[in-house]
Design a protein around this ligand. Structure first.
Ligand code: ZN
Length: 278
């Protein structure tokens, strides 16, 4: 019974399970994996809250360095976009994506090549989070939940523009997380993948207890805009509205611990507040 209570405490307050802050060797770095300029962010609220609002998004990747391996969380826009003088036009969203500095060059600043990355995981399979998957598919272990993987490789997905960015993952060495389960990546509570479905069937967030930036919840695409959390906006392009709202409640439960800082991944101020490549 005591064990069951302890496990429940871990689920309610993720930080309670993780190593203490002092001498915590886990480090996190936010890498610049592109920018997306929206002339109109209307698609990010299905109630019209953002109609006519222009906004620039950041699109980070996160390098988490643990004594047992390096994990990349989210894989940004493709490095190949850096070669496009006008950027990559995304007509469906009336947006332009740019990559000012490549992921490969930022890893090199740590003395790393793509082959040195041990684990990759994505919040979800939209193209701005899978862009560089091809760099890692042959050498890293891909950690993914069963729902997102099935969504990515269903027949209808294979014709989509973004499919080519992650197609190589189909044959990657894969650690499959069962549907709806949290996953403790290194087994010590410091890095935990938390399911937050709704935006896509297997959308997920990442809890990190780091020594250099404290306790963080990287929220994937739960909140695209700075206003999204307070206004509880649900994007117009979204898999399951009710699930998305329930996942917002999961965010609230985890961040009820005031030591856990929420990182809204596309919001520039949250990106700027984290450590970057040396
Ligand atoms: Zn996104």
């Amino acid at each position: 019974m005591i064990k069951r209570l302890a496990a429940f405490a871990c689920l309610a307050a993720l930080a309670a399970c993780a190593p203490q802050q002092a001498e915590n060797p886990v480090q996190i770095y936010a890498l610049d994996c592109g920018r997306i300029a929206f002339a109109d962010t209307a698609p990010f609220a299905d109630n019209g809250a953002f109609n006519g609002v222009a906004r620039d998004f950041v699109d980070p990747c996160y390098l988490i360095r643990h004594p047992d391996g390096d994990l990349l969380w989210d894989l940004g826009l493709p490095d190949a976009v850096a070669e496009m003088p006008e950027g990559l036009r995304i007509e469906a969203l009336n947006a332009t994506a740019t990559v000012p500095v490549t992921l490969v060059s930022q890893l090199a600043a740590f003395g790393l090549t793509p082959a040195d990355i041990d684990f990759i995981a994505i919040s979800h399979s939209h193209g701005d989070h899978t862009g560089n998957a091809g760099l890692f598919a042959a050498t890293a272990t891909w950690i993914v939940n069963a729902d997102e993987r099935a969504h990515m490789f269903r027949d209808e997905a294979r014709g989509a523009q973004e499919f080519s960015t992650y197609a190589a993952l189909e044959n990657a060495e894969t650690r499959l997380i069962e549907s709806g389960a949290r996953h403790d990546v290194f087994g010590d509570g410091s890095v935990i993948i938390v399911p937050a479905p709704g935006h896509t069937p297997g959308h997920a967030m990442l809890f990190v207890r780091s020594g250099n930036a404290g306790d963080l919840l990287l929220s994937g695409d739960m909140f695209h805009m700075a206003e999204s959390r307070e206004w509880r906006t649900v994007p117009a392009f979204n898999h399951d509205r009710e699930q998305t709202l329930q996942s917002m409640d999961i965010v609230d439960a985890i961040t009820a611990d005031e030591n856990v800082r929420l990182i809204r991944q596309h919001v520039p101020e949250d990106f700027e507040a984290l450590p970057h490549a040396p």
